[in-house]
Design a protein around this ligand. Structure first.
Ligand code: GLA
Length: 386
């Protein structure tokens, strides 16, 4: 599937600019096994890059402007690299503007370029197509102009570009898009950015994403609100327990002992965060030990927390997970990514994949009148040059 994407992107570049691309970059989307809304709370996460990618073709332009064509949208834009970069009403262009701005603001100089790109990462499904776009662009510009950027720098600049566009996201998406490795999940310490690869061996179970095909508009505002609530919660914990420097130092007992000190929803947010940090550690051990049933139970627990305590779920995702819980061929399921729509991640007993897909499709269509989509995920390499 990716071969066709690469051929089409290259051919489009040739047709548009009359020459072959100098660099071709592949930049993947990501999944996350567990550790949700934890990256910006200094915990651990367990993501991986997948075989859904954006393909970019790049060439130098010998001018001070750059031209970028989004094949799938049938749209293009030009940007003058000598002018101050500003946000535009055309949302997709902002990720690219953001990347250019971050590179320039951090002292990297480069000339004009031509770029065309095309993607098979579904947009709005929680698979981080925006991180793939940011990191792939940075990788391409770096390769074209020989900029001195390590993988970690690419991820951090990509994250800054996303902040500039308006989501105050953590580092997970960009980091995993850049650092992905075939058949490995990444245990990332979001505080230090140290990381370790673990085998993505789910034994008798297949990893399948169910795409709810909904994206509720609450996402950006609620995401940014959760960050603020967590910052407020952490400052209360710190004021009572000065030894606590970040959420990972706080215990559940400490949080429970302060229950009446938190206002509004802050207690449930903080309670979720502290428990989720511990779940990631348990989940890594379960995965290493091949105990996929335990891993699955942890996924269900995470979903409960995301739905009831962190409140980033929606009725479509809750229905999918509740149904999965009743199904004896599914050992684990939860909403994945920021929430308010997108995918659930599921561990389905091998040999039962088709039957599960048929059952969920019908039920979902009957309940919501919406088609459920499925992605059989292959864990793959991070951003690379072809
Ligand atoms: C989005 C953000 C990530 C992370 C997840 C939730 O994908 O971009 O940084 O916070 O939500 O885990």
């Amino acid at each position: 599937m990716n071969d066709i994407l690469i051929q089409n992107t290259t051919a489009f570049f040739e047709k548009s600019f009359g020459t072959s691309p100098e660099k071709t970059v592949l930049s993947p989307g990501r999944i996350n096994i567990i550790g949700e809304h934890i990256d910006y709370n200094d915990g651990y996460v367990l993501p991986a890059a997948i075989d859904k990618i954006i393909c970019f073709a790049f060439g130098k332009k010998n001018s001070k402007t750059s031209k970028v064509i989004a094949i799938d949208l049938n749209e293009e834009f030009e940007i003058d690299l000598t002018q101050e970069v500003k946000l535009s009403d055309v949302v997709w262009t902002n990720y690219i503007r953001g990347v250019i701005k971050q590179l320039q603001d951090n002292g990297f100089s480069f000339e004009g370029f031509n770029c065309v790109f095309s993607s098979n990462i579904p947009v709005g499904s929680g698979l981080s197509s925006s991180a793939a776009l940011e990191c792939g662009m940075i990788f391409g510009i770096k390769s074209l102009f020989d900029l001195k950027l390590e993988k970690k720098d690419i991820a951090l600049l990509g994250q800054k570009a996303e902040h500039w566009v308006g989501i105050n996201c953590g580092i997970m998406d960009q980091f995993s898009s850049v650092h992905g490795l075939e058949n490995k999940v990444i245990q990332l310490d979001c505080n230090t950015l140290d990381f370790e690869y673990h085998n993505a061996d789910f034994k008798d179970y297949s990893l399948i994403l169910f795409d709810s095909n909904v994206k509720h508009s609450l996402f950006t505002s609620e995401y940014n609100t959760r960050r603020i609530e967590c910052e407020e919660g952490l400052s209360i914990i710190k004021s009572h327990f000065p030894e606590v420097k970040s959420f990972r130092d706080a215990t559940e007992e400490q949080v429970l002992s302060l229950k009446d000190k938190f206002s509004g929803k802050v207690f449930s947010r903080v309670h979720f965060v502290v428990k989720e940090i511990n779940r990631v550690i348990k989940a890594c051990k379960a995965l290493d030990a091949g105990n996929i049933e335990l891993l699955g139970e942890l996924l269900f627990e995470t979903h409960y927390g995301l739905s009831q305590e962190y409140e980033v779920s929606c009725e479509e995702l809750d229905m999918l997970v509740d149904t999965a819980k009743e199904d004896e061929t599914i050992v684990g399921s939860r909403l994945m990514g920021g929430g308010f729509g997108g995918c659930t991640i599921n561990l389905v007993k091998k040999g039962h994949e088709n039957e599960v897909k048929r059952k969920f499709s019908k039920l979902y269509l009957d309940t919501f009148g919406i088609e459920l989509k499925f992605y059989d995920v292959k864990i793959s390499n991070g951003t690379t040059l072809l």
